[in-house]
Design a binder for this molecule. Structure first.
Ligand code: DAH
Length: 348
C-alpha cells in the first residue's frame, strides 16, 4: 500500500512540472484528488485494512493530498502571472494617437433657466421648497379659493387619477402644502412640474414647469408695493433692464391680482408677430393672497397678509434662449440640447 501511494505521489509530481499546461494540471487534479480519484478511493477502502495499518495509510494519504494541492495552487498562480505578462506584451500602446473624445452631459436648457431663476430669487431671500406633483382637489383647487364649478377643474384641463387624485395644474399647491407645515414670516419659492390636457404645440405642452412664490408676514408688513418691488427687481435681473408694467387681472387665489408684462425681448417694444404687435409679453401672474386661502391653512387674514406669484418656465425659456418651438425642449434631440452648454460645463 505504501508503495502504491508513493507511486501516486511520484507520478503526480512528475506531471506537475514547472511547464505543465492548465489542462495537464486539471487532469492530475481530477485523477488524484477528484471524487473517484486515486487518493479518494484509497481513503474509501481504509476500513478494509488491518487496524494497525489504517492510521499510517491515512496519514500518508493526507500528506500526499496536501502536497499535490499546494503544488497545483503554486502552478496556477504562476500560470496566471504568465498569462497576464503575455497579454500585456501583446497590447501595444501608441502614445501618438489622438485621444478619444468623451462626450459630456449637459444640463437641460429648461433646468438651466429654472436654476437661474432660483438663484436670483434665492439671493432675494426666498427659500426653495419642493412640493408634490400628485395632488388632491383640496390642495390644487379648493384651498386656493376655486369655486366648485370653476372651469379649471374641468376634465378638459385637469388629468384626473384614480382615487380622487389629480396631477397638479399649477405649482400654487405649494402655497398650501408649505403653509400647512410652516408659519409666517415666510418667503418661499416652489418650482416643479405641472400638467394640463393640452396638445403639444409651438407654445404649449401637457407637462411643463412653473415656479410659485409667496411672501407672508404679520398684517400690514407685506404690501402690494413689496410685490411690485420684488418682481420688478426679479425681472430686471433675469431679463435685463427692460421696461415692465403691472396690468390688473383675476385669479381666484389673489385679490387684487395682476400680471407682469415686460417689453417684448424680440422687438424691444416696437411690436412684432410674437407679441401680437403690442410690444409687451406677459411673464407672470401675481397678487395679494386672498383671505380665503389664508383661512384654508388656518391663518387669520386679520393677522397675516402677503403676496404670491407664479410663472411658467418654458415660455420664458423660449424667449430668453430665442427658440420658436416648445416641443424642442421635450424631444431630447441631442443636436438641439448640445447647443446649450451649461455655464459650469455640465458639472453640478
Ligand atoms: N397658478 C397660476 C397659473 O397657473 C399662476 C399664478 C398667478 C400664481 C397668480 C400665483 C398668482 O401665485 O398670484 O396660471
Amino acid at each position: 500500500m505504501k508503495e502504491q501511494l508513493e507511486g501516486i505521489r511520484r507520478r503526480a509530481l512528475a506531471e506537475l512540472s514547472d511547464h505543465a499546461t492548465a489542462e495537464a494540471i486539471e487532469a492530475v487534479r481530477v485523477r488524484v484528488l477528484g471524487r473517484s480519484g486515486e487518493l479518494t478511493e484509497i481513503m474509501r477502502g481504509l476500513r478494509d485494512l488491518a487496524p494497525a495499518e489504517r492510521p499510517l495509510v491515512g496519514k500518508l494519504v493526507n500528506e500526499i493530498k496536501s502536497e499535490v494541492e499546494s503544488r497545483i495552487a503554486a502552478l496556477q498562480t504562476n500560470l496566471r502571472g504568465r498569462e497576464l505578462e503575455r497579454s500585456l506584451g501583446e497590447a501595444k500602446l501608441d502614445v501618438t494617437l489622438p485621444g478619444m473624445k468623451i462626450p459630456r452631459g449637459r444640463i437641460h436648457p429648461v433646468t438651466q433657466v429654472i436654476e437661474e431663476m432660483l438663484d436670483i430669487l434665492g439671493e432675494m431671500g426666498f427659500e426653495v421648497e419642493y412640493t408634490q406633483d400628485v395632488e388632491d382637489d383640496f390642495h390644487n383647487f379648493a384651498a386656493l379659493n376655486f369655486a366648485p364649478d370653476h372651469p379649471a377643474r374641468d376634465t378638459q384641463d385637469t388629468f384626473f387619477l384614480p382615487g380622487g387624485l389629480l396631477l397638479r395644474t399649477h405649482t400654487s399647491n405649494g402655497q398650501i402644502r408649505v403653509l400647512e407645515r410652516r408659519r409666517p414670516p415666510l418667503a418661499v419659492v416652489c418650482p416643479g412640474g405641472c400638467y394640463r390636457r393640452d396638445d403639444p404645440s409651438v407654445r404649449a405642452s401637457p407637462a411643463f414647469n412653473q415656479i410659485e412664490g409667496f411672501m407672508i408676514d404679520r398684517h400690514g408688513r407685506i404690501t402690494m408695493s413689496h410685490l411690485k418691488g420684488v418682481l420688478t427687481e426679479f425681472a430686471n435681473s433675469f431679463y435685463g433692464e427692460t421696461p415692465v408694467r403691472f396690468r390688473s387681472s383675476f385669479f381666484p387665489f389673489t385679490e387684487p391680482s395682476a400680471e407682469l408684462d415686460i417689453h417684448c425681448l424680440l422687438c424691444a417694444g416696437a411690436g412684432c408677430p410674437v407679441c401680437k404687435h403690442s410690444g409687451w409679453t406677459e411673464v407672470l401672474g401675481c397678487g395679494m393672497i386672498h383671505p380665503n386661502v389664508l383661512r384654508a391653512v388656518k391663518l387669520d387674514p386679520a393677522e397675516y397678509q402677503g403676496f404670491a406669484f407664479g410663472m411658467g418656465v418654458e415660455r420664458t425659456a423660449l424667449m430668453k434662449l430665442g427658440i420658436d418651438d416648445m416641443r424642442l425642449f421635450f424631444e431630447n434631440d441631442l443636436r438641439f440640447l448640445a447647443q446649450f452648454p451649461s455655464v459650469n460645463g455640465g458639472v453640478r
